[in-house]
Design a protein around this ligand. Structure first.
Ligand SMILES: Cc1ncc(COP(=O)(O)O)c(C=O)c1O
Length: 365
């Protein structure tokens, strides 16, 4: 198992487990943009200018990056705050809200639960129905649970299903919020979506005190090593998040890399164009290999299930592929999923072909 610390993408554990050097794995267990960081970032690192940042404290308020993000998304700078990855901001948001009860819709990103528990919150869980492909649609049970919760935390889109909650459901949840209740939307993967602007609640969060939107910059710009994310909320909430955050939490390299990354429109268009083609291609090949694909996904990862009749479990398949240098996510570890669920990042075609061929050989061989 490679999820000893709760997540995919842990090459050190993979290396220790499967006996291969870290650099020899093709990693489908973490969901990064397979094009790697934008060229401007790579160039800047190669030019050596980064060294000049070492001897000074970073800007404690990340002013340049916040200004750029505010301009890019059309919100006020006072509504944006930067964090050491979206992971830090999930934690800070829940600590600021200190909700007595937090509602999550399983299966979902494990940090929602962990952050809620750390913030002293009681957890309420709604199970998205497997028979409906884990769709989160307007339904009485979810809305009732939302009515009785102080914070409602949803992946938008969700991890590991890759699906967006039904927009009507979100509207219904928002419309029913009483004072003191907050809807937290984690849009860590929304920038991979071609209609990002249409679906995003980012601008609403800048004017609605009962909505908080979290964004990651590590996935779309393929820079998980530096940790970078941002939150959009009304200025009063941003101020409370700032007050709880450790000073200089976002280092100077992360700030500069964020500034260089977000201006590259060609990189963004190229990434979205690739996913438009590659996701359906991979889904079809996975079905041919005998897997059940969870439909309706919009992200750069696919949730799939190994049929029980094959005799394979996700854990067994992860081990078999890991020994061949291919890392997949054992999604059975997500509460709400079964022993056959796996999650696969969509990568570039040649890697995806290697994955499909290894899957076919392993499952059918
Ligand atoms: C749904 C979701 N939200 C947030 C995060 C955290 O992202 P970051 O790398 O910016 O901390 C992850 C990381 O896997 C994620 O899957």
């Amino acid at each position: 198992m490679i999820e000893v610390y709760g997540h995919g993408g842990d090459l050190r554990t993979a290396s220790e487990t499967f006996g291969l050097p870290e650099g020899e794995f093709i990693d489908f267990s973490a969901n990064m943009n397979p094009f790697g960081p934008p060229p401007g970032v790579v160039r800047w690192l190669a030019e050596g200018e980064a060294a000049s940042l070492l001897a000074h404290y970073p800007d404690p308020a990340c002013r340049s990056l916040r200004r750029q993000l505010a301009a890019k998304y059309g919100v006020d700078e006072a509504c944006v705050w930067i964090g050491n990855g979206a992971a830090e901001l999930i934690d800070l948001a829940l600590r600021v809200l200190a909700p007595a009860t937090t509602l999550i819709a399983r299966p979902c990103f494990v940090e929602y639960e962990q952050a809620a528990v750390k913030a002293g919150s009681r957890l309420r869980e709604y199970r998205m129905p497997a028979e409906e492909g884990f769709a989160l649609t307007p339904g009485d049970a979810f809305l009732r649970a939302a009515d009785e919760s102080d914070a409602i935390v949803l992946g938008h889109p969700n991890n590991p299903t890759g699906r967006l909650p039904d927009p009507e459901l979100l509207e219904a949840v928002r419309a029913r919020l009483s004072p003191g209740q907050t809807l937290v939307l984690d849009e860590a993967f929304l920038d991979f979506h071609e209609d990002e602007r249409r679906f995003s609640w980012l601008r609403r969060a800048a004017s609605d005190p009962q909505v908080i939107v979290l964004r990651s910059m590590t996935k779309f710009y393929a820079v998980p090593g530096i940790r970078l994310g941002f939150v959009v909320a009304v200025p009063e909430t941003i101020e409370r998040i700032r007050a709880l955050q450790t000073p200089w939490s976002v280092n100077a390299f992360a700030q500069r890399i964020g500034e260089l990354a977000i201006g590259d429109e060609a990189y963004e268009a190229n990434t979205r164009g690739w996913l438009r083609e590659e996701r359906p291609w991979l889904e079809e090949r996975l079905k041919e290999a005998g897997l059940r694909v969870c439909g309706g996904g919009v992200t750069n990862y696919v949730l799939a299930e190994i049929p029980p009749r094959t005799g394979w479990t996700a854990a067994k398949l992860q081990a078999a592929l890991g020994r061949r240098g291919i890392l997949i996510r054992d999604a059975s570890r997500f509460a709400g999923l079964g022993s056959g669920h796996i999650r696969l990042a969509v990568r570039l075609r040649s890697d995806n072909e290697r994955l499909v061929s290894a899957l076919k050989q392993t499952l059918n061989g």
